[in-house]
Design a protein. Structure first.
Length: 475
């Protein structure tokens, strides 16, 4: 593991005391003040630690009287996955789209229990409040903004996005930001800006299937590099892959990677950027989940360590605020101009009223309050889902415990066949995302990605029970 944050170290300490029986079910944790004093840390660090323990199901807050050990999370959560993936070496031509489309299409119905979905529940978002900003932006639309706010995008929105970068200590002037139709367009435009058909591109193993589809669409080859479920891509393996295969770009997620949920420590992000700079390799950084962190603050993107303009940072509001508005962006450093050109020649521009609605919301809609609640909801749902996996899935199952986002990556015993589980689960009205769609080699045959972004109810409980049974039969 890399350097732990203070609150993580404190939470790990307390968790160890619970595991070794020093703290027993029903015990009250010392007050925040006392713990802060005895450990020499601030009250907010203690709160974060208690909060993390609560998210993990180990303790529960009782109104005003403090935190109590529940023991529930201990009994149930599966052991954490710790194995770095070992993909087969060289660049791969891609032929993944057909299978991915089939699997995702079958999972889209509203009637299906959405464990395989890529989206959190749409009910977690302030859609009514956004609607007010949408109405206001349409009503007071300056006719000239329909011309002025085309590519690279609304000045007001780009300023709001630039301000959010600034709050993170990142210099990303509004001029470098191109507003896009969701992060997916941003990623595709960046890929077009830095590659030519036939090139090889580094991706994680496993990786987001849409990355593989984007490479396939552009006639690019994928180099899948070993990736750790906690700390992201293996830098030694990355350097070796660069030397062996001469890629022209990397497409990575350094924060809450889809599907692993891995979070690269800051020092590793810095080392990654330095390594790529030595090879003058652009990094397309997909950062759509960063706002969904459970810790103290938003993890810095790799872009924060970029001094050469080589990181093309892509994100959107789709996962944290406004699903369906299709507003994303790229802050593409030295490639900003090329990305704007790609935008002009592909989709020309992004819907102006949607951009203005988001600019208005960011300015005075209450984003931070919404995000605090969303993060808390997701952290608690993760604990519930992880416990259910531990409870219902066969012995030998492992799962990730990401510090943000809304995916669990579940590793079943090696004999399990995720595609078969997917098929049988779907017959019973339950979707899962089977491991093989996350790799061009169709590896990860015993893995599933489960979405915990939907509220837990009796239907989820039944579905998890069924899934555990199917996994048990297949293992
Ligand atoms: C890792 C990742 N990147 C990008 C996207 C696409 O984002 P958007 O909906 O903003 O296009 C998704 C959505 O599923 C995703 O999971």
């Amino acid at each position: 593991m890399g350097a732990m944050k203070r609150y993580e170290a404190l939470a790990a300490d307390i968790e160890a005391s619970i595991r070794n029986g020093t703290l027993k079910t029903g015990d009250r944790l010392p007050s925040v003040r006392l713990t802060g004093e005895s450990r020499g840390v601030s009250a907010s660090t203690v709160f974060q630690a208690y909060y993390l323990l609560e998210a993990r199901g180990l303790v529960r807050a009782r109104d005003r009287s403090g935190y109590y050990v529940t023991g529930g999370g201990l009994r149930d959560a599966p052991p954490e996955s710790t194995h770095t993936s070992r993909p087969a070496g060289g660049p791969l031509s891609l032929d993944v789209s057909g299978q991915v489309f089939d699997i995702l299409e079958a999972s889209m119905s509203r009637k299906v229990v959405p464990f395989g979905s890529a989206f959190p529940s749409p009910l977690l978002f302030p859609l009514a409040r956004l609607g007010q900003f949408m109405a206001a932006s349409a009503k007071s639309l300056d006719p000239w903004s329909t011309v002025d706010d085309l590519t690279p995008g609304s000045a007001a929105l780009r300023r709001q996005i630039a301000l959010r970068y600034l709050a993170e200590g990142i210099q990303s002037p509004a001029e470098e930001i191109v507003v896009t139709n969701g992060a997916l367009e941003a990623l595709n435009l960046c890929l077009a800006a830095v590659t030519r058909p036939g090139d090889a591109v580094i991706v994680e193993s496993p990786t987001f299937y849409a990355a593989l589809q984007a490479l396939e669409r552009r006639g690019l080859r994928a180099i899948e590099v070993p990736t750790h479920p906690g700390e992201g891509i293996d830098l030694g393996a990355l350097e070796a892959a660069i030397a062996a295969h001469k890629p022209t770009a990397c497409w990575l997620m350094t924060t809450f990677q889809n599907p692993l949920g891995s979070l690269m420590p800051d020092a590793k992000k810095k080392a990654l950027v330095e390594l790529l700079a030595r090879h003058r390799l652009p990094l397309i950084e997909d950062d759509v989940y960063a706002e969904l962190y459970f810790g103290e603050r938003r993890p810095a993107p790799a872009k924060a360590f970029d001094t050469q303009g080589l990181v093309l940072h892509c994100s959107s509001f789709s996962k944290c605020l406004a699903p369906g508005y299709r507003i994303g962006w790229a802050s593409a450093g030295r490639f900003a101009h090329q990305v704007a050109r790609e935008k002009l020649t592909t989709t020309l521009a992004t819907s102006v009223p949607s951009q203005l609605a988001l600019a208005g919301y960011l300015e005075k809609g209450g984003l931070d309050k919404h995000l605090r609640k969303l993060r808390q909801t997701l952290a608690l749902q993760q604990a519930t889902f992880a416990q259910a996996v531990g409870h219902y899935f066969p012995a030998g199952t492992r799962a990730t415990r990401p510090l943000g986002g809304y995916f669990l990556w579940v590793e079943l015993p090696a004999r399990a066949n995720a595609l078969e589980i997917h098929r049988k689960a779907l017959e019973r009205g339950i979707s899962v995302a089977p491991g093989p769609i996350f790799s061009a080699t169709r590896a990860f045959t015993h893995c599933l990605r489960l979405n915990y972004g939907h509220p837990w109810d009796s239907l989820s409980e039944q579905a998890m029970q069924t899934l555990g049974r199917l996994a048990g039969e297949a293992s």
